[in-house]
Design a protein around this ligand. Structure first.
Ligand code: SAM
Ligand code: SF4
Length: 461
């Protein structure tokens, strides 16, 4: 038996792609190892959304070079950096054995065989940009014991946000046919999964035979499924039909990740986001009216080329106005071949220290708002879907509220149960308390030994 180790960077799409890689490898008699040091095959599943992510992967590659030297491990790079750099990466990193893009995961066994048997250095980065694309199917058995899983509903992105490299690394949008999505959800529910997150770069523009709103409603009706989530959405595709789905179907979890990017209409236009702040607010208010109490999170970029102090302050004002549950905020990072990077000199690059100072100011405001939210929960009873033991204290349980707030609590309900927790304490990001009632038992018998709770990748890492 040979051992493999996958190092995953980036968003849920990559986390999910790594799972599909694991499934392909287990069919080749590879077994996973938690230590790269004793692996025979190391794969880095990479992210290129910001320069920092790319730097991190290059330094990890340097570390794994020693494993290759000491035990002859095979070393491969997949994901967005692989797609962006293609054969250039083999030239840049002479000890690398193979490079494969996100559309080529199904070819992994063939690629590895070519490296092992023919000692070739392989590059497989062709896009499959058409309805011919076959979405790798999750093997539900590997999800037994898990409570929450991702299900891919589409790939790629047809938008042209001027800062974003995704259309270059993930290609055009292709939606997965809805019966395939629903079959995968049913299989997952059959092994005890209670929550699914439908994922894609731009799920609102889903076109797999029914609308995205209908897909959510049909997913919520799959027996055993307790909560349905999704990510990520572009505000311009947030339809009335989707808002209506939130009103009529309580299993669609009351959390919406709606990336706004910034609070200035001028910058939004330069970003090619094609909505104004007021249009964004109008959608949001409609959503909040349909589902009172819904948690709203967002992504923000600070220091976009040409952003003035006043324009940055508009982002602070928007943050106060919306009162986001949470934000994922980033300093602008120029990416190769993107519109904003090509025009950065004309628009006026923002010095790094200014970007970082703006980010810190924004994050301070958001921490206060998040803290106010979580403090408002102290003393209340909240519903929690139990995922397993707490990562911080094995004597406690861990789960999440419908709004996606994490909760560590004293209790004994097995993974897959739905319980009521009385909230006693809160930090800006977490709630803590005591289990007071069990509302629902798991749908299948729990495993004799619970799986560790997976590290939740934030909405957009
Ligand atoms: N599809 C999603 C949307 O439309 O908002 C976003 C996907 S992207 C993987 C996640 C987030 O990364 C974006 O919302 C944006 O805030 C951030 N991001 C993308 N490109 C960036 C860049 N060049 N510099 C900094 N942050 C960036
Ligand atoms: Fe990138 Fe999202 Fe814009 Fe697509 S919609 S280009 S993934 S930011």
């Amino acid at each position: 038996m040979k051992r493999y180790f996958i190092h995953t960077f980036g968003c849920q799409m990559n986390v999910n792609d790594s799972l599909r890689m694991s499934e392909a490898l287990s069919k080749m008699s590879y077994v996973p190892t938690p230590e790269a040091d004793n692996a025979d095959l190391i794969i880095l599943n990479t992210c290129s959304i910001r320069e920092k992510a790319e730097d991190k992967m290059l330094s990890a590659l340097g570390r794994y070079r020693a494993v290759k030297a000491s035990r002859g491990a095979i070393l491969g790079v997949g994901g967005c950096v692989a797609q962006q750099e293609k054969d250039k990466l083999l030239k840049k990193v002479p000890y690398l054995d193979f490079v494969f893009g996100p559309d080529n995961i199904a070819k992994l066994p063939e690629v590895i065989a070519r490296v092992q048997d023919a000692r070739e250095r392989v590059v497989e980065t062709a896009f499959v940009d058409s309805e011919e694309y076959v979405f790798p199917r999750a093997d539900a058995e590997t999800s037994r014991g898990k409570v929450s899983e991702f299900v891919t509903v589409m790939k790629g992105c047809d938008n042209v946000c001027s800062f974003c490299i995704v259309p270059h690394t993930r290609g055009r949008e292709v939606s997965r046919n809805f019966p395939e999505v629903l079959n995968e959800v049913a299989d997952l529910a059959g092994v005890g999964v209670r929550e699914v997150t439908l994922i894609g770069q731009n799920v609102n523009s889903y076109q797999g035979g029914i609308s995205f709103a209908q897909l959510l409603l049909r997913t919520a009706e799959v027996p055993g499924i307790e909560r349905v989530r999704f990510t990520t959405s572009h505000p311009h595709d947030l339809s009335d039909e989707l808002i209506e789905a939130f009103r009529v179907q309580p299993k669609i979890a009351p959390h919406f990740h709606l990336p706004v990017q910034c609070g200035s209409d001028r910058i939004l236009k330069m970003m090619r986001r094609d909505y104004t702040v007021e249009q964004y607010m109008e959608r949001l208010e409609k959503l909040r009216a349909a589902r009172p109490g819904i948690a709203i999170t967002t992504d923000i970029i600070v220091g976009f080329p040409g952003e003035t102090e006043e324009e940055f302050e508009m982002t602070l004002q928007l943050t106060e106005r919306v009162k986001y549950d949470n934000q994922f905020s980033f300093v602008y990072s120029p990416r190769p071949k993107t519109g904003a990077a090509l025009r950065e000199k004309d628009w006026g690059p923002i010095p790094h220290e200014v970007k970082v100072a703006r980010l810190e100011r924004l994050q301070k405001v958001q921490r206060r708002i998040s803290g106010e939210y979580t403090q408002s929960q102290v003393g209340l009873d909240v519903e929690v879907l139990v995922e397993g033991p707490s990562r911080y204290d094995a004597t406690k349980r861990f789960g999440r509220t419908p709004e996606n707030r994490t909760v560590n609590f004293e209790g004994d309900a097995p993974a897959g149960s739905v319980v009521t927790v009385h909230v006693e304490r809160a930090t800006p990001n977490q709630l803590a308390g005591k289990q007071v009632a069990v509302l629902k038992a798991p749908t299948v018998a729990p495993l004799p030994v619970e799986l560790p709770v997976p590290l939740h990748v934030p909405a957009e890492a």
